[in-house]
Ligand binder design. Structure first.
Ligand code: GTP
Length: 513
């Protein structure tokens, strides 16, 4: 700003000169002040806006965290339910297998002994029949409590289903130690149970014991041997225990004879198929049938697959047996069609070993052609164990089957380790919900929630849901409400021979009684 010097005697003149200058200064000061005020106000507004934005972001973040936590806890709940038995709170079969497997992996390096116990209540069905299912349930809970109290925290206890329990007694110094504990368990479990349906209930338990490593090296073999020993206890009078190595050799003898006779039995057509209808819940129409193989043995009578499929798998007969089943199905479809009947798809079970055979799809195609049957007339049911390697040979075989037009269903869903997202990558059109879930519907609200969410998820993934093992009206009603598509189980029909299946097919519908 220029410096002005006024020399004058006239006061007015001097004032005049200063007034202009002061006015300019004043104007400048006002402008600067207004600008500063405006800048402060703008800064303040932007800070307030930032604060709002920050609060909004924090809130959104909190909401997202809450949602993630909720999802995590839902997942945890589902996992817990899938790992434990809802009625007793013990581990379920799946978890037992997992825990025992990891225990045995460590046990291999120790010098300790492990005993696998299989327990089955004696005449439990009578308790259900006379006192009702609620009393039966209460007794199962009381048995679970007694097992917990009699065993150590380190032992693994599970309810394997129905009235069957299993225990892994861990790290014993000596196999002889088992005698005392086994006796204690058998007598402890046979002591009267107070307050079951306001009564005192008496029951007893038959038990079988297999030792690791003496009687088997993995959980499957140990369970099978302990189960065999448990049956030996039942046969020799119940309310007792039997060690696997002391099982009456008659059982082993029978197994050995069946094993030797199986190849000839397949060739001699001693196998027969029974058929269990699958019923659509929407209109009770029979929309499919599962073919189940039985062995009509000349000496032992009708033998169920549980007695010979594992044996066929272990001893290299599964391909011949599987081929027989596939051919018998196609033959049956052709025969029914010849009689002018409307045929529904016939499903048959395929073992994991068959799916590892890259010639399997070609054999199916030849068989279909031979009997003049369409690929859509059959369905293959595979188990989750077939799917452990999603891009392995089994997956390729499944894709080949799908390309041929064969429908693929996943059997016993929920008992293995596959998740819906894992199986989504495979050509699975239907999941068959395992009967343990259907069974748990009666005793657990959580099971209901889980079943409903599996059905919804499966539908979102465009899969059909078949519920297996439906034995009661209330299970059927629940499944229908939950949106399940198809059911199968004793409540509608047991597996029946071809002639009875034919009657059902002609009927076309199967209304609940
Ligand atoms: N209350 C109740 N009963 C069940 C449950 N699950 C299966 N069951 C019943 O348990 C019974 C099991 O009977 P079994 O073990 O086959 O026969 P059992 O009468 O015990 O005869 P033995 O084993 O030969 O001594 C069947 O009647 C099933 O319906 C359940 O969760 N609760």
């Amino acid at each position: 700003m220029p410096l002005t010097v006024v020399v004058s005697r006239d006061w007015q003149e001097i004032r005049q000169a200063h007034a202009e200058h002061a006015q300019r200064l004043w104007g400048l000061a006002v402008t600067v002040s207004v600008l500063m005020l405006l800048a402060t106000w703008a800064l303040f507004r932007s800070m307030v806006r930032r604060q709002h934005l920050l609060e909004g972001l924090t809130l959104a973040d909190q909401k997202q965290q809450a949602l993630i936590a909720q999802l995590e806890s839902e997942k945890q709940r589902a996992l817990e339910l899938a790992a434990s038995d809802p009625l007793t709170g013990l581990h379920n079969r799946r978890m037992f297998y997992e825990l025992v497997s990891s225990h045995l992996a460590l046990a291999r390096r120790s010098r300790k002994h492990y005993a696998l116990l299989y327990l089955d209540l004696d005449h439990f069905k009578q308790i259900n029949d006379t006192l009702g299912h609620h009393a039966g349930d209460a007794l199962l809970q009381a048995v679970a409590d007694r097992l917990r109290s009699m065993l150590r925290g380190s032992d693994i206890i599970a309810r394997m289903g129905g009235d069957e329990f299993a225990v892994l007694v861990t790290a014993m110094d000596d196999m002889q130690d088992m005698d005392g504990l086994a006796q204690e368990l058998v007598s402890g479990l046979s002591a009267p149970y107070d307050g079951i349906a306001d009564q005192v209930v008496h029951t007893s338990t038959s038990m079988g014991i297999a030792f690791f490593p003496r009687d088997g090296h993995d959980v499957q073999v140990l369970c099978r041997h302990a189960d065999t020993a448990m049956y030996a206890s039942k046969k020799s009078g119940r309310n007792r225990f039997t060690y696997y190595d002391r099982v009456n050799n008659a059982d082993n003898e029978r197994r050995y004879r069946l094993l030797r006779q199986l190849p000839q039995a397949i060739a001699d057509e001693q196998l027969v198929l029974h058929f269990q209808p699958k019923v659509r819940l929407e209109d009770c129409a029979i929309v499919g049938m599962e073919a189940l193989v039985r062995w009509q043995h000349p000496e032992y009578g009708l033998i169920y697959p549980g007695d010979f499929i594992a044996m066929a798998e272990e001893h290299g007969h599964i391909q011949a047996l599987g081929d027989w089943v596939m051919q018998a199905c196609c033959r049956q479809i052709a025969a029914w069609r010849m009689q002018g009947m409307d045929v529904v798809p016939l499903a048959f079970n395929v073992s994991p070993l068959q799916l590892k055979d890259c010639a399997f799809p070609t054999r199916i195609a030849t068989c279909l052609q031979h009997y003049g049957v369409r690929a859509s007339d059959i369905e293959v049911e595979v188990t989750e164990s077939c799917l452990v390697e999603p891009d392995g040979l089994s997956a390729r075989v499944l894709y080949q089957l799908q390309n041929m037009g064969v429908h693929i269903a996943l059997d016993d869903f929920g008992t293995g380790f596959s998740s819906l997202s894992q199986i989504r990558a495979l050509p699975i059109g239907t999941i068959k919900l395992d009967k343990s879930f259907v069974n748990a519907l009666r005793s657990s609200h959580e099971a209901g929630v889980l079943v409903t969410s599996i059905i919804t998820l499966a539908h979102n993934l465009k899969m059909q849901v078949v519920a297996e093992g439906v034995e009661l009206m209330d299970q059927l009603v629940y499944l229908k409400t939950a949106g399940c598509d198809v059911v199968q189980g004793y409540f509608l029909s047991r597996p029946v021979p071809a002639q009875q299946a034919e009657v059902l097919l002609r009927q076309g519908v199967l209304e609940p009684a």
